[in-house]
Design a binder for this molecule. Sequence first.
Ligand SMILES: O=C(O)C1=C[C@@H](OP(=O)(O)O)[C@@H](O)[C@H](O)C1
Ligand SMILES: C=C(OP(=O)(O)O)C(=O)O
Length: 426
Amino acid sequence: MIVDPLPLRRLTEPPDATVALPGSKSLTNRALLCAGLAAGRSELTGVLFSDDTEAMLAALEQMGAALQVDRDACTVSIEGLGGVLPAESLNIDARQSGTTGRFLAPLIAVAPNGGVLDGHQQLRDRPMSDQVEALRSLGAHLVSGEGHLPLRSDGGGVRGGGVQVNGATSSQFVSGLLLCGPLFDEGVDLEVMGSLVSRPYLDMTIAVMEAFGVPVEHDDQRRFGCPHGVYASQHHAIEPDASAASYFFGLAAMTRGRIRVEGLGQGSIQGDMAFLGVLEAMGAVVRQGDDWTEVVGRDLRGVDVDLADFSDTAPTLAAVAAVADSPTRVRGIGFVRGKESDRIGGVITELGRLGVDATEHDDGFTIYPGRVRPEVVRTYADHRMAMAFSLLGVVSDGVAIADPGCVAKTFPGFWGVLESVRAGAE
Ligand SMILES: O=C(O)C1=C[C@@H](OP(=O)(O)O)[C@@H](O)[C@H](O)C1
Ligand SMILES: C=C(OP(=O)(O)O)C(=O)O
């Protein structure tokens, strides 16, 4: 049991550490779904086991995919469904997982006898309407769930083909339609309307679909499509999670320390690696090999950045920016109000509680660095609020994190890894 609130202790020396991080949530849930739908047996390595990926694993099991899971070895072996969904009506609990919810909504729509897709209240509160509208225009019989979960479908076939989807709220709507596109009679041909947030996640979707043998046609910004077909089983290795790595890169930057993350290097396909460019612009030194990345901290200055492509790092940047020597303006992330918590409002409120000035904008925030005072940080059941604000507890005295267990959504071992970095510095 972790104590709640969890008191943190200021580091007395800059850390000098190498950390091994768990697999990417985004890549794990994409690979699990493709492997679960594929013809034949797939072997996945580097798999993340966390609440979000357990939700996807449970859904695949319910659909009849045969799974062998080794949580210590971080592997999953799956005998896929060969593109044939079960005749029974499905009952899927996506828990708090946006990827599970948005990747499987098209699946309950296309399953022969449909089913119910529901989740934790936190996920019920998050937007779904753009995807529901797109599914209806593709022929889905969705009998409830206007803008939110729960969603109920009679099943009975999704024609597929051409469809317009709003891209300004979540890229997961597009990813879900693409990932399930091979199940639709005519495949899918998506046109994204409006701005497209979190664009690099679509590249991750395309990369995983293509690794499992389904070609994706796309232009750079607007059109994404795939034919009707069946995924092919694969041996597939999952990279460590770049969003999880942002906390350790940020920590090195804030402490004049050095932290290396193994397994994430120049060739990474994760968009959140762009956070390294922000740290560099702030003054940190970034070094990279094929299979590792390290950050070395220096004096930090504020920056003016657009995080629309990699917004999961916005709370991390808020923490780093609080100890820089000039203000930081973050733009392009109005849509993060619809994540696990309102990540603009929450960042402003909690920095204020710690005595750091920050102002809210429609599209983000400005942080004015200042002295951090002892306080318990509220985390709004949001793993990223907990992990990001823990960084301030490592560089100042008397900070504690409420509901530290919420990190289990994507990184159950977070506090242990943070402690190992501390242990190396003392
Ligand atoms: O497709 C994915 O794996 C994700 C896409 C992003 O969400 P949005 O597209 O909703 O911004 C990101 O914030 C989330 O953590 C994971
Ligand atoms: C937004 C997130 O998760 P998801 O949308 O996958 O629930 C996240 O992990 O920060």
